[in-house]
Design a protein around this ligand. Structure first.
Ligand code: ADP
Length: 295
């Protein structure tokens, strides 16, 4: 399947332009949508999930016109929104059974088998009888994926799914997501760069509603090889370095500020060349739009 987004724009009634001429082409696999808070990620996800209108542009899922054939899209869609509320006093098993019924699986035995298989996939079989209100953050997210998987979706959209998860829960969730990408388009929005480097075969950076970069994480990192340099400085020197170099990130470690700069040639001055990572790609793109202190 292919999802082709062409020149999508959206301005809210309060005048905020959340999407500005967004064009992207996605194929099967995990696609990461990276950007700071307020970049427009959720607006894009909600539009793709047929929950909100765009002002301009088009979106096609193969030959389905996503903006105009909403019912058709919804039959192929699995969506895990950012704020995923659960009914606290119902078990995961009953809830999934109910959702399956709503999605048109009328046969009781068929539904039972479907719910069993999905609970197994998200590793909640042992907790299926527990009320959802007792679930941990990670379990809730895995339940969220379970509900999104009912109906065998071809397009799965998950909006900032790892927010609030501890490292172990995040790992389990990662593993689950990567299994899904094999014959489905999975779009994952996040502001955690590591999510994208761990999981995604393709990604885009969006900021202030615009696509700043799209491509493969490894290509993006390769393209800035030999251009990232690091130095430990005193905290009060940051301003001077910012004036003289393109400082893309700074991190305080044991009283020293470790800065990373992007430069076409070795900047000398005690800088050392370092291997680039996706975070360098992210910050060097975002910096073209935002002040480093506000990122
Ligand atoms: P992200 O998901 O990347 O954090 P959003 O898509 O939620 O970004 O928001 C993009 C911009 O649109 C932000 O400035 C946000 O405040 C604004 N916005 C989002 N939803 C609405 C809305 N319903 N009405 C008005 N402004 C909104």
């Amino acid at each position: 399947m292919q999802l082709v987004i062409n020149s999508l724009s959206k301005t809210y009634s309060n005048g905020v332009q959340a999407l500005n001429n967004v064009s992207l082409t996605l194929s099967n696999g995990m696609f990461g949508l990276l950007g700071p808070n307020g970049a427009g990620k959720s607006s894009l996800m909600r539009t793709l999930a047929t929950l909100q209108e765009a002002d301009e542009g088009s979106v096609f899922l193969d030959d389905i016109d996503v903006l105009n054939q909403k019912t058709k899209v919804r039959q192929l869609l699995g969506y895990l929104p950012q704020e995923f509320g659960v009914y606290p006093k119902i078990s995961a098993e009953r809830m999934l059974d109910h959702i399956a019924q709503l999605k048109g699986v009328i046969n009781r035995n068929e539904r039972k088998e479907l719910v069993r298989a999905i609970l197994d996939k998200v590793n909640l079989s042992n907790d299926k009888a527990k009320n959802l209100g007792t679930y941990s953050g990670g379990m809730k997210q895995r339940f969220g994926i379970a509900q999104a998987l009912i109906g065998n979706p071809k397009l799965i959209i998950v909006d900032e799914p790892t927010a609030g998860l501890d490292p172990a829960e995040r790992n389990r969730f990662y593993n689950l997501l990567s299994q899904l990408g094999e014959n489905t388009i999975v779009i994952l929005s996040t502001h955690i760069v590591e999510d994208v480097s761990t999981l995604c075969s393709d990604f885009a950076i969006i900021c202030q509603g615009e696509v700043l970069y799209s491509g493969k994480p490894e290509t993006a990192v390769y393209d800035i090889e030999g251009k990232i340099f690091s130095k430990a400085i005193d905290r009060n020197e940051l301003r001077i370095y910012q004036e003289n170099f393109t400082v893309i990130s700074n991190q305080l470690k044991a009283g020293k500020l470790h800065i990373r700069v992007v430069n076409d040639i070795h900047p000398q001055n005690g800088f050392i060349p370092v291997l680039p990572n996706l975070e360098d790609v992210y910050f060097s793109n975002i910096l073209t739009r935002m002040d480093i202190n506000t990122i």
